[in-house]
Design a protein around this ligand. Structure first.
Ligand code: IPM
Ligand code: MN
Length: 357
């Protein structure tokens, strides 16, 4: 029997609660599809940092390389200064394992309340390919004359030909494989960021020459924000840099029903990838059993799809659709009409096609 070795990092806050439901669904689907999951849990996160001062030892990063994938809950702890866990854990894994793509589907499921008037599931179904290893996230920069009235803070956006090209190439391949509208939109800011997005634009068209079947489209990031609200149906796949990708995917999460449902994959197509719900650790809901686990369950679905278990992934998606369309009152924490663990149970139940009719 095929066995997948998975590293699980529940993390902080509600991370553990949603990860538990993700694993519940993973166990259920693996017994249906005849594969085995062998998993190892790691306690990295705020609690461990506060106790030991350690965020992520080098040895752990090394150890992660032997897994088929990593499943992450959430990180962020109210008693830990912002930046420490984000940089020391999340970004360290993304950079350390060279997960250079952050893949974030924006898909509205049936029955989900959408804040956009007159837009339904047929209008909101696109994917953002966010560069995940470069841009403003490299942490380069400096203070000059810190603390004086002449202070200057410099933050560098680093974009390498190699980094941009592998991201853009991935986006074209993904658009082709997705084979939906065969349209790839570059999201940039060529009118102001005349170095960074000049490179992005050149690479975009150069690589695009190899994909005659894909329609090329460009929009500035501010216009993208406008159109994601006004005409989300225009988009098929959007490719963009790290910072813009971070921002537009939060907007994307809102139009697909909120953080309760939005998931993403940090991909290294040649290495080990990590899947996560894109929301935070939601400290105020911790331990109450009210948080929505569907984003974590969607992350499991993405993980299986990525591992090549596409039938299993599809079955999870069908069940999630059934749950949103016929079971949940709302996707918001505390308003679902079910507890966190009951929602996990519902998804397991809905894996059975006979239940879904
Ligand atoms: C995300 C998050 C992270 C990011 C933070 C927590 C560092 O917002 O995954 O989108 O900015 O990438
Ligand atoms: Mn973000």
């Amino acid at each position: 029997m095929k066995t997948y070795h998975i590293a699980v990092i529940p993390g902080d806050g509600t991370g553990g609660e949603v990860v538990r439901e993700g694993l519940k669904v993973l166990d259920a689907i693996s017994s249906i599809h005849q594969f085995k999951i062998d998993r190892q849990t790691y306690d990295f996160g705020g609690e461990r940092y506060l106790k030991t001062g350690e965020v992520l030892p080098d040895s752990a990063l090394q150890e992660f390389r032997k897994y088929h994938a990593i499943f992450l809950g959430a990180i962020g702890h109210p008693d830990v200064k912002p930046g420490i866990l984000e940089k020391g854990l999340l970004l360290r894994i993304r950079f350390g394992l060279e997960q250079y793509i952050n893949l974030r589907p924006v898909k509205l499921f049936p029955g989900v309340d959408c804040p956009l008037k007159n837009k339904g599931p047929q209008d909101i179904d696109f994917v953002v390919v966010r560069e995940n290893n470069e841009g403003l996230y490299v942490g380069e920069g400096e203070f000059q004359k810190k603390g004086t009235k002449d202070e200057v803070a410099i933050q560098v956006s680093r974009n390498t030909r190699r980094g941009v090209e592998r991201c853009v190439r991935f986006a074209y391949e993904y658009t082709k494989k997705r084979n939906r509208r065969n349209k790839l939109t570059l999201c940039g800011k060529t009118n102001v960021l005349t170095y960074a997005f000049d490179l992005w634009e050149r690479v975009f068209h150069e690589v695009g020459g190899e994909y005659p079947g894909i329609t090329r489209d460009y929009a500035h990031v501010d216009a993208i924000c406008m159109w994601m609200v006004k005409n989300p149906e225009w988009f098929d796949v959007i490719v963009t840099d790290n910072m813009f990708g971070d921002i537009i995917t939060d907007l994307g999460a809102m139009i697909q029903g909120g953080m309760g449902i939005a998931a993403g994959g940090n991909l290294n197509p040649e290495g080990v990838s990590m899947f996560e719900p894109i929301g935070g650790s939601a400290p105020k809901y911790t331990g109450k059993g009210v948080i929505n686990p569907l984003a974590a369950i969607s992350a499991v679905q993405m993980m299986l799809d990525y591992l090549g278990e596409s039938q299993a992934a599809l079955q999870i998606e069908e069940s999630i659709k059934w749950v949103t369309a016929t079971q949940l009152k709302s996707l918001a924490a505390g308003k679902m009409g079910f507890s966190t663990s009951e929602v996990g149970d519902l998804v397991v139940k809905g894996l059975d096609q006979k239940v879904r009719v």
